[in-house]
Write a protein that binds this ligand. Structure first.
Ligand SMILES: [Zn+2]
Length: 408
């Protein structure tokens, strides 16, 4: 089995190299913004999104425009990759299953530029603690904390909170693994608990954003009092962006710990096929009909996003595929109202946010655990159908299942 992995390191360019990288990043950012404006204009005019190939042809035309002559300083591969990313961003935005927003213009002041070098074998070279990059960059040092394993496909250089980084994407052949465990588990993702498993295991939320919100607000108030673009204002800006990175790191580390634990212990993880995008949008309501409890809901939604459900699912999926396990996504209908003991489904079963009491058989359980047990049962029902040949298993990755099967 061929897997794709990334190795990321701190890059240490000389001043001249950093200067050239900033120039290349600037051109790439410009093309992203230019391409975004162009594609937005085409979409507004009722035209279809151009293919990635068509975008590349447009790029050739743009480079011939006298007002864009400065693009001759760019590295063309970087620009093509930016347009490829833009094309994918639009496609993600049109895909209703994803929570993707419309692509946005990139600002220099955000300080998170990146450029990708493809065809690594042909144009780049790796030599212990330095990497040779094309287009006048030459050998650039990087802090190699661990060895790069596998065949390097491409390298991305990025700038983040003032530092430079390089990430090598490698392809590496691994034996099709057999998962060390044979157990299956249902996972209920929640607001007050990050995840509850059908065996009763609970993972509390980290809420790194909430804890740091007061600090962030304070820093932003201080920023507002400073003279815009002054040295102190810039310092304050940098402080804020470092805090953002810190928050993101806490959240990512915690999620990785949780998903690694779950993935190691269970060969099959059954989750709900939740659409976070529709949940987080519904609170706003429409112009004519404003959503009810907008304030309460948007607070709830922020929590949902805070937990990073999509990231949780994404991590579980790739970790399971590495370990030889599986993630099964079932339709979430009635998982919170159904009795995991007798199967009776009624909204009155759910007495409160946290308590489940079956009005038929009297079964009592924590509502999240009851939900997780239903999710697991739905997963088992689906697998039973597959064994009977009622369902064709999909080629790879998470399986999406239709309503009638999932709620058996
Ligand atoms: Zn019951």
């Amino acid at each position: 089995m061929l897997i794709v992995k990334a190795f990321k390191y701190r890059l240490e360019p000389t001043n001249a190299q950093a200067q050239r990288l900033r120039q290349m990043c600037g051109c790439a950012r410009f093309i992203w913004n230019y391409g975004l404006a162009e594609t937005q204009r085409m979409l507004d005019a009722g035209q279809k999104l151009p293919t990635a190939f068509a975008l590349n042809k447009m790029l050739t035309a743009w480079k011939g425009l006298p007002e864009l002559a400065f693009l001759s300083e760019a590295y063309t591969d970087n620009l093509q990759q930016k347009l490829k990313d833009l094309h994918e961003a639009w496609k993600r935005c049109f895909d209703k299953r994803l929570a993707a927003k419309k692509p946005v213009f990139k600002h220099k002041s955000k300080g998170n530029d990146s450029i990708r070098f493809v065809n690594f074998d042909k144009y780049c070279q790796l030599d212990r603690k330095r990497v040779k990059l094309p287009s006048g960059l030459g050998w650039v040092k990087f802090r190699q904390s661990r060895a790069v394993v596998g065949k390097i496909k491409n390298a991305t250089v990025s700038q983040h909170a003032g530092g430079w980084y390089i990430s090598f994407q490698v392809e590496t052949e691994v034996e099709m693994p057999v998962h060390p465990s044979t157990s299956a588990i249902g996972l209920d993702a929640g607001i007050s608990k990050l995840a509850t498993l059908s065996d009763g295991t609970v993972f509390e939320p980290v809420n790194s954003f909430k804890n740091n919100q007061a600090k962030l607000a304070r820093l932003q108030r201080q920023l507002a009092r400073k003279v815009k673009f002054s040295a102190n204002w810039k310092k304050q800006k940098a402080k804020i962006s470092r805090l953002h990175v810190h928050i993101a790191n806490i959240r990512r580390d915690y999620l990785h710990k949780v998903t690694t634990t779950i993935s190691k212990n269970h060969a099959m993880i059954v989750i709900e096929d939740l659409k976070v995008s529709s949940m987080s949008k519904s609170a706003k309501g429409t112009k004519e009909k404003h959503g009810r409890n907008v304030n309460a809901k948007s607070g709830l939604n922020r929590s949902i996003l805070d937990q990073g459900w999509y990231e949780l699912r994404r991590q579980l999926e790739y970790k399971q595929s590495w370990l030889g396990g599986q993630v099964l996504a079932i339709n979430p209908a009635y998982t919170s109202q159904k009795c995991a003991c007798c199967g009776h489904t009624h909204k009155d079963n759910r007495q409160s946010q946290s308590r489940f009491i079956c009005i038929t058989c009297g079964y009592q359980e924590n509502a999240d655990i009851n939900g997780a047990r239903n999710i697991l049962a739905a997963g088992h029902a689906v697998l039973a159908c597959e064994v009977n040949g009622a369902l064709m298993p999909s080629a790879a990755g998470t399986r999406r299942l239709s309503n009638q099967v999932a709620t058996l």
